[in-house]
Design a protein around this ligand. Structure first.
Ligand SMILES: [Zn+2]
Length: 180
């Protein structure tokens, strides 16, 4: 079970000014949130927090790799991720609609948890296409055995369909020729 308490930022006693936080995120963190996309990863998160009199500004710098499944060969691979995001924390009993980048905290709150925020930033920085990257020579890093099998499958299926089509076309042509 992941210990998410380290992702709680104490609000009481936090001095006005800038504060830096560092987090090393690993397997337990991904397993805790397990959204089915990334079950493992190595991500470094740097948080720069600036407390002002009426609000706080949080800059999240996310950099690392997440272990996801390749859509092409189905093997797991390490997808690099990187993002920078800014979030405002404002105090108020009422939560006003101000977009996704504002978190409302009631004045009596002792801490905020940023674990889910960090998870969302990581997941959002994964490209839509989950495919092994190419190596330095432009060759796909997909599992070669799996690609071979996929290629064999497509080779086995396609020619039969094509030849069947060709045959029927020949038949039509023959009929025309025979009629003449
Ligand atoms: Zn692949």
């Amino acid at each position: 079970m992941a210990n998410l308490k380290v992702y709680n930022i104490a609000l009481k006693g936090l001095a006005i000014g800038k504060h830096d936080f560092d987090y090393q995120i690993g397997k337990q963190f991904f397993e805790y949130f397990d959204g089915g996309i990334a079950g493992d990863g190595r991500v470094e998160v740097k948080l720069e927090l600036e407390k002002r009199s009426a609000l706080m500004v949080l800059w999240f710098h996310v950099k690392g790799t997440v272990n996801i499944q390749c859509d092409r060969c189905l093997d797991l691979f390490d997808q690099p991720v990187e993002s920078e995001s800014k979030v405002f924390v404002k105090y108020g009993e009422e939560k006003f609609e101000e977009g996704d980048d504002v978190i409302w905290v009631s004045p009596g709150e002792t801490h905020i948890s940023i674990a889910k925020l960090i998870y969302d930033f990581i997941i959002l920085s994964i490209p839509i296409k989950h495919v092994h990257p190419d190596d330095a020579h432009g060759k796909s890093l997909c599992n070669p055995e799996m690609l071979k099998r996929l290629n064999l499958l497509s080779v086995e299926v396609e020619p039969e369909e094509e030849s069947a089509e060709t045959d029927s076309r020949w038949d039509e042509l023959k009929k025309l020729l025979d009629n003449k």
